[in-house]
Design a protein around this ligand. Structure first.
Ligand code: NAP
Length: 283
């Protein structure tokens, strides 16, 4: 069996197109502020792509590139200013914050007005997601759910296995699959005999960050395999956790890296910014 390759790039383009269409009829354009502290090249790339996405969607955007030594106090002050500015609907602080300085990421996330928390990392939004009554969903798991829906894959009654339990991907991903009535297992670094669990999965989501972690032997024939990870292999090429070619022979659907979950994450950020603008009465 050769799997259908889920085209995240094409779906993301359609999602952004819909967001742009909707934004056109808003009284005031939605606005996104992106804060980048320090000089991490990968984060720089993400910030640039967010600016491009905002342009495509007709959003107002502002970038704050701060030196690594800015400090917690000044960073919190910037968040306060952005919380108060009406042209800004979404605030995103690029994580991780630079190591070796006295930053407290949790305090920064807590400071963002929950109605502007387009990453959905604020505890108020995390709690809303838990009870299934939310304004925003975290972008990566939301993108995965959109892909499943687009390809007619219904988690209801399916065995879903999420490998990884981070607050930004694994845990919310498991919750969203549960909301869609999947029977969900979460695995992590202390899970013994990972393969015995992944082999039971009808829908397998890999969100670890380890090249080649998920091999064909770990996948049930006909499974849907979603690869969230963004790793670099020995040749420096972008790749996921899944051993793509052999797993694609066995799976029914699979996401590529690049061109799978990554573009959907970006599209969901635009969708969340639009939602925030609605919350702020700009429709
Ligand atoms: P993270 O915070 O480092 O979490 C990784 C998780 O994997 C942890 O829960 C860890 O378990 C678990 N793990 C580590 N080794 C394992 C093993 N051998 N077997 C099973 N589980 C193992 O990473 P993250 O932020 O969730 O990101 C995960 C991956 O997704 C990364 O590659 C990241 O770059 C990528 N990512 C992609 C997007 C996108 O848009 N495509 C967005 C966000 C992240 P413990 O909790 O026990 O340590």
């Amino acid at each position: 069996m050769a799997a259908v390759i889920i085209d995240g790039k094409a779906l993301a383009a359609r999602c952004k197109g819909q967001v742009a269409q909707e934004a056109k009829r808003f009284r005031t354009r939605p606005g996104l502020a992106v804060i980048l502290v320090g000089n991490d090249p990968a984060s720089r790339v993400y910030v640039t792509s967010k600016r491009k996405d905002c342009e495509e969607c007709g959003f107002y955007s502002e970038e704050f590139a701060l030196p690594a030594e800015t400090g917690q106090k000044a960073l919190l002050e910037l968040v306060d200013v952005l919380n108060a500015r009406p042209e800004i609907d979404g605030i995103l602080c690029q994580l991780p914050l630079p190591k070796g300085y006295d930053y407290d990421e949790q305090e920064v996330l807590l400071r963002i007005d929950p109605s502007k928390d387009v990453d959905a990392f604020h505890p108020a939004n995390v709690g809303k997601i838990m009870i299934g009554n939310y304004d925003f969903l975290p972008c990566t798991p939301a993108g995965v759910m959109e892909m499943l829906e687009e390809y007619g894959i219904d988690p209801a009654g399916k065995r879903c296995v999420v490998v990884g339990r981070s607050n930004i991907v694994g845990k919310p991903q498991a919750m969203l699959l549960l909301h869609k009535h999947g029977t969900v297992t979460i695995c992590h670094s202390r899970t013994p005999d990972l393969a015995s669990i992944t082999r039971q999965a009808d829908i397998l989501v890999a969100a670890v960050g380890k090249v080649g972690l998920i091999t064909a032997e770990m996948v049930k024939p006909g499974a849907v395999v979603i690869d969230v990870a963004m790793n670099r292999n020995e040749a420096g090429k972008l790749c996921g956790d899944v051993d793509f070619a052999p797993v694609a022979e066995k799976a029914s659907y699979i996401t590529p890296v690049p061109g799978g979950v990554g573009p959907m994450t970006r599209a969901m950020l635009m969708k969340n910014t639009l939602t925030a603008a609605k919350l702020h009465g700009k429709e």
